[in-house]
Design a protein around this ligand. Structure first.
Ligand code: WAQ
Ligand code: MG
Length: 268
């Protein structure tokens, strides 16, 4: 219980551009295997082989680590990405993001939110009322890190996701990332879809509605993806939020409810 943990982060690049990243918390016993898994992943990515890989491994004292539960998971079946984006917009509206801000974030992610219409390496921070971009570096964005599941929660999540036919790396990692994002009080909601051309699903996460996924938020073959964290920071510091998302270690030790997929037409 009081043994130190290790934060492992991987960043891979290809042709001068971000290719892939990963972040885990690990026990001493697992560090080497997890690092090897990350290297393998960077060398066998859907968008090509990494040309440079950066691994950062840092010890964290166990006393620093906070424990929390995962959000509930919902899947709403949509016919295509257009319907998916309309549905995602509805969930964001219910979470309290202004309509114009939703439209702006959808089109920024779709077009590449980094300068030069590139995909960002991390997430944009978007003011939920004004739509203003708040992240200091619009190419890097904010990289959420230092979060993972306990071994017991991982086993429970594996078996529940298997039951739903959803046990893939994208879902497991995105659920944990969203859980950490939602744990910050300034966060109103998150919108995400992958930059992997063969993975079309995405999600909206909010505290009240949980992790709400859609099988299509982009067309198959599209390489642009990204994340927007919608925030209200009045009365708190932006630097504090960014530091929390990047550095505060959190282990998720309980899973939420995982609901079977339903058709968007039946959404209440
Ligand atoms: N922190 C902030 N932003 C990140 C991070 C991070 N640690 N990792 C990735 N991003 C941003 C970055 O802009 C990527 O281009 C974008 O998110 C997508 O990253 O339920 O696989 O790792 O079926 O490709 C969501 C749906 C899958 C899962 C998301 O994201 C489901 C996915 P990817
Ligand atoms: Mg990716």
């Amino acid at each position: 219980m009081n043994k130190p943990l290790y934060s492992i982060r991987m960043r891979a690049r290809r042709q001068g551009q971000h290719l892939s990243g990963a972040e885990r918390l690990s026990s001493l016993e697992e560090v080497e295997q997890l690092a090897a898994d990350m290297v393998q992943r960077a060398l066998h990515h859907a968008r090509g082989r990494a040309e440079s890989i950066e691994l950062t491994i840092e010890q964290i004292s166990a006393a620093e680590v906070e424990r929390r539960p995962l959000p509930d998971l919902h899947t709403w079946l949509v016919g295509d990405y257009r319907q998916g984006r309309l549905a995602a917009a509805e969930i964001l509206r219910r979470a309290g993001v202004a309509q114009g801000v939703i439209d702006g974030a959808l089109s920024q992610i779709a077009g590449g939110a980094a300068p030069g219409a590139q995909t960002m390496r991390g997430a944009m921070l978007v003011d939920a009322d004004s739509g203003q971009r708040l992240e200091p570096d619009q190419a890097r964005g904010v990289r959420v890190s230092r979060m993972d599941l306990t071994e017991q929660a991982r086993q429970q999540l594996d078996s529940e996701l298997n039951r739903l036919g959803l046990n893939n790396t994208h879902v497991r990692e995105a659920l944990v990332l969203a859980a950490k994002v939602l744990s910050a009080p300034e966060i109103v909601a998150e919108l995400c879809w992958s930059d992997d051309p063969d993975y079309t699903a995405g999600y909206v996460a909010s505290v009240a509605q949980g992790y709400v996924r859609f099988p299509h938020l982009k067309p198959l073959g599209e390489e642009r993806g990204g994340r927007a964290f919608f925030v209200r920071t009045e009365g708190s510091s932006l630097e504090g939020l960014i530091d929390y998302l990047q550095n505060r270690p959190i282990l998720f030790d309980r899973i939420g409810r995982l609901h079977s997929a339903r058709h968007w037409e039946t959404y209440p």
